[in-house]
Design a protein around this ligand. Structure first.
Ligand SMILES: C[S@@+](CC[C@H](N)C(=O)[O-])C[C@H]1O[C@@H](n2cnc3c(N)ncnc32)[C@H](O)[C@@H]1O
Length: 245
């Protein structure tokens, strides 16, 4: 049996009791560390009194040894946030169906709902876009096209910022703002919400112009960026009262 378990946003205290019970009773516990940032491994291991094996992308998506184990044992695969939000883990479930391995998904808190902390209505978000880390010779702009189509229908855009935790590389908010500004010949981008560590004790949300966001000390990842479309009066009201630094 495979349990695909969401860790939630900010560390072991975000684990649900259901997730905790599953982890306590699993024979093997794995953590994939390429779609998110999880810094609480030691606390997690002491909480569930067993060791957690960290898996690289190739071990999850190519080797898939954990699925061989799941035919005979209780196996848990931990994923930061919600396990099926902005991941390709539906592929793991399809593989379970193919291999006749039973599975259960334990959902958790996610950047997709925590972004409501900005005061923007989740009903008014359009398609999510991901901004990749710049690489020599690789200059995609599909995320900008998604943003423009969202703007045209009056929808806010959530930008996820690329991360490679195994190489300690994270696209920062100032870098992402610069990338967007460079592509923005139509001058759609005006104000942003920069969000660092949503749902963490030291979460930071700053609303403002590109130059304002460039000057902020954002601290540790994860980060995301939101470009709002036209605001509803309730969203504007919240923005006025929102005492974010
Ligand atoms: C591949 S997505 C995985 C999302 C995750 N499964 C979830 O449900 O939250 C990872 C990206 O989400 C964003 N993200 C995740 N957690 C975040 C947080 N607490 N604060 C800000 N952004 C976050 C970052 O842009 C990060 O690069």
């Amino acid at each position: 049996m495979l349990f695909l378990v969401g860790l939630g946003l900010s560390g072991v205290k975000d684990l649900s009791l259901k997730a905790f019970d599953v982890l306590k009773s699993s024979n093997h516990v794995f953590l994939e560390n390429y779609t998110g940032v999880f810094r609480d491994l030691k606390s997690l291991e002491s909480l569930i009194s067993k060791s957690v094996q960290v898996l690289a992308r190739s071990e999850v998506e190519e080797k898939k040894d954990f699925l061989v184990l799941a035919r005979k044992h209780k196996v848990a695969l931990l994923v930061q946030g919600d396990p099926l939000s902005a991941t390709t883990h539906i592929g793991i479930l399809l593989e379970c169906v193919k291999r006749k391995v039973k599975f259960e998904v334990i959902h958790s808190s996610s950047v997709f709902t925590a972004v409501a902390r900005t005061g923007l209505s989740l009903y008014k978000f359009g398609k999510t876009a991901s901004i990749p880390l710049p690489e020599p010779g690789f200059n995609p702009s599909s995320f900008y096209k998604i943003f423009v189509s969202n703007q045209l229908i009056g929808a806010h855009t959530l930008f996820l910022l690329d991360l490679k935790p195994d190489r300690d590389k994270y696209l920062s908010i100032p870098e992402a703002v610069k990338i967007l500004k460079k592509l923005d010949s139509k001058k759609y981008v005006n104000k942003f919400f920069g969000c660092a560590r949503l749902g963490f004790k030291d979460e930071l949300i700053v609303y403002g112009s590109a130059s304002k966001l460039m000057k902020v000390d954002w601290g540790a990842p994860p980060y995301c960026l939101v470009v709002p479309a036209e605001l509803h009066f309730m969203e504007e009201e919240f923005l006025k009262r929102f005492s974010i630094p």
